[in-house]
Design a binder for this molecule. Sequence first.
Ligand code: FE2
Ligand code: FE2
Length: 446
Amino acid sequence: MRKIFLYEANKDICNLIKNAIQNEFDDEVKNASTIDEAVKEISLGDYDLIIARDKVQGSNDSVHRFIDSISSNKINSKLIAIGNVESEDPVLIAQLPEKFKMTELIEVLKKAFQQIEDSGANDYFEVNFDVLRLLKRTNFDLFSRLRSPGKKDQYITKIAKDAEVKGLSELESKGVKSLFIEKKLRLQFTNDLVSQVARGMNIDFNDLQEAMESSESVYRLARKLLSIQGTNEISYRLINCLAEEMIGNLKKSESELGNYILSTIEHTTSYSFKHLNLISAFVFMSLPHLDIMEEKKNIYLENFVYAACFHDIILEKEGMAEIHTKKDWLECQFDDSDKNLIRDHAKLASELLEKFPGAKKEVIKIVKEHHGVPSGVGFTDRKVGSLTGASVFFDVIHDFVELFLNFPPDGSLDTMLKNLEESYQLSIYKDYVGILKMGIVDAFKA
Ligand SMILES: [Fe+2]
Ligand SMILES: [Fe+2]
C-alpha cells in the first residue's frame, strides 16, 4: 500500500479523488485543509506521492511550496500538479488540467507509479540499527547493501521475515552500519515497529520495571534520531507512542502512584527521562484539584505529557537538562555552542515541535515557556505574570521535580513544598503549588 497526500480545497472533488484512488489502487489517501498544514504533513517524507492543486483561494503557488519542502527536507516524495505549473524540477512528474475526469487521473497515476517503480532508486529504505534493536521479531526481510563503483547496488537478505532480530552487534562489528527494507513495505514496517514498541512499554504486558526501561530506551532513541536527522517519521511516531503509553500507564497505576514514582527513580538512568516521567505523574495526581471542566481534564493531561516528552528533547547530552537557573548556566562546564543550545533550548524545542504534523498550539506554548520565560530563551530568577496557566503549572511542577529528585533522605515533602511556595513572588505560582500539594496529599494518603 502506498501513501498519497492530496491537496484540494474543494471538498466534493477531494472526496471524488479519494474514492477513485482507493477503489482503483487501495492506497491510503490523506489531505489537509490549509497549505501550511499540508506542507507540514508531508515534511516527514512519509508520502510516496503528492497530488496538489496549484490554484487555491486565489493564490497559485502551492505546487512550488511542495517542491520547496521536498527539496529542503531532502525527502523522496513525487508530485503531480493539478493546473498548469511552470517548473523543470524532476520531483514534478506529471500535470493534470484544472478540470479533469477521474479516468484521466487514474491513467496519470498508473504512469506515475510505474515511473516511481522504474526509477529504482527508492526501492529500499534504510533502517538504523538502534531502531531495529527495538524489534523482537521482524515481519519483513532485512537486507544489507553491497555497493561497488559503477555497478548497481545489491541487496542481500541478512535477517529473514518472521525471524528473531538478533546478531546485530556482530553485523555492526563487521562494518555494516544499517539494514534495509523494501520501500513499498515502509508503512507496514513503521506500524509494526510502533505496535511492538508500544507493547514493550505497556504495563498490561510487562512489570513496571520493564515498562520504565523500555520507555526510557524509546525516549533516548527518539532524541538521538532527532539530533541526527532533524524531524523524521520514526521519532515522531515513537514520541507519540511513548506519550500515549505513559498516559495509559498512569491511568492504570492510579491506585499505586507511589510505586510508579519509585520505579521511575529506581529503574531508569537518565535524568531527562526521570524528570519527564515525574512531571507527568505529578500533573496526573493534581488533575482532580484543577479548576477546569471535568471533560477537559483528559486533554489537559495529554498536553502536559506531550510537552513533558518534548520540552528538553534537544538536550541530548546528559547534564544539559539539569541546568535550570542563570547561575547553573553561567557556571556549567559545557563548551560555547552547547551553552547556546542550553540557553535557547525551550525556543528551539518548540520550533521543532511546530514542524510535527498535528502539533497542538497549547503544547508548543508550554514547551516554549517551560522555564518561565515567554521567549523561550534563557533562564529567569524572577517569574513573570504573563504566561498561560498551563505554562505556569508546568514550570511549578518542573521546579518541584528538580527538588524531588534531589530529595535529602531526611527531608519532608511538606517542607519542600513550603520552600517552593516561598521561592515564588507571584500569587498564580503560589496557587499552583497549592494544587500540586493537594494532589500529592491525596495520592500518598490512598
Ligand atoms: Fe526540564
Ligand atoms: Fe528545559
